[in-house]
Design a binder for this molecule. Structure first.
Ligand SMILES: Nc1ncnc2c1ncn2[C@@H]1O[C@H](COP(=O)(O)OP(=O)(O)OP(=O)(O)O)[C@@H](O)[C@H]1O
Ligand SMILES: [Mg+2]
Length: 239
């Protein structure tokens, strides 16, 4: 068995005096879609920030491609091929779609293969007709697509998606899931954070359920879909 692409081992992490994550472990194999699903305030975003190095864990380790990246700042983890698409979908609203992509395209400064802008526009067809439109004129779903496209143009082989479907209309959620699937087929590994377990069950190879800063369940989508107790207790849904 080969080593996982990303391995988080027993991290504690938080903000100053506030401890949020306790002894949290997860791993992501190359080529997989792995979900981290949990309620509001469970610690999902803090987990992604700890992987990126926006927040530094106080215990445990984060290993990427066999390298200990626990204490590296985000500027360094990005260079190694990890990219975070945050909840706020950071795009530049005053710039056009093309300009947003051009800024992300910093000329192969990372260890990951980056998509060319032309390749990105192949995948994100709804951006193709809008390259001259301002970022601010895009719908929520299109802004999400642009934020993901920016991560790929910048060169990422592991993309961390923080609640990509939040606030999107159901038919846009479908489009977004299609895009994630397509990218995954092209070799991009995905760690998907969601509150919407249905999205996880459709996309993920494996799922981690997080509650109050701890992983309380790990399983395949088939197993999680059958686990009424976990779904009800931690996610408040019946599938
Ligand atoms: N900058 C911060 N300073 C102090 N506490 C924070 C900070 N950011 C988050 N927290 C706290 O950490 C806990 C976990 O927050 P986090 O944002 O990781 O949760 P989440 O699972 O992403 O939630 P959501 O689904 O609402 O995005 C919460 O109790 C939150 O109040
Ligand atoms: Mg969050």
């Amino acid at each position: 068995m080969s080593d996982p692409l990303l391995s988080v081992d027993g991290i504690d992490s938080g903000y100053g005096e506030t401890k949020v994550l306790r002894d949290l472990s997860l791993s992501v194999d190359r080529g997989d879609v792995v979900s981290l699903v949990g309620r509001n305030g469970a610690g999902k975003t803090t987990t992604l920030r700890s992987i990126m190095g926006i927040v530094t864990p106080t215990a445990g380790s984060v290993t990427y491609r066999g390298e200990d990246v626990t204490t590296l700042p985000a500027t360094e983890t990005v260079k190694r091929g990890i990219s975070l698409v945050p909840e706020e979908r950071r795009i530049f609203p005053e710039l056009t779609v093309m300009e947003n992509l051009e800024i992300a395209d910093h000329g192969g400064g990372t260890e990951a293969d980056s998509l060319s802008i032309a390749e990105a526009l192949e995948t994100f067809e709804n951006l193709r007709e809008r390259t001259d439109n301002a970022g601010s004129s895009l719908s929520g779903g299109e802004q999400q697509m642009l934020a993901i496209a920016r991560a790929l143009v910048g060169g990422a082989d592991l993309v961390l998606l923080d609640e990509p479907t939040e606030g999107l209309a159901p038919y846009i959620v479908q489009d977004l899931m299609d895009v994630v699937r397509e990218l995954n087929e092209q070799g991009i590994t995905v760690l998907l954070v969601e509150q919407n377990v249905h999205v996880c069950l459709e996309l993920a190879d494996r799922n981690y359920v997080i509650d109050q800063g701890e992983i309380v369940y790990e399983g395949t989508s088939d197993d999680l879909a059958d686990n009424d107790e976990v779904l009800d207790r931690y996610l408040g849904v019946s599938v």
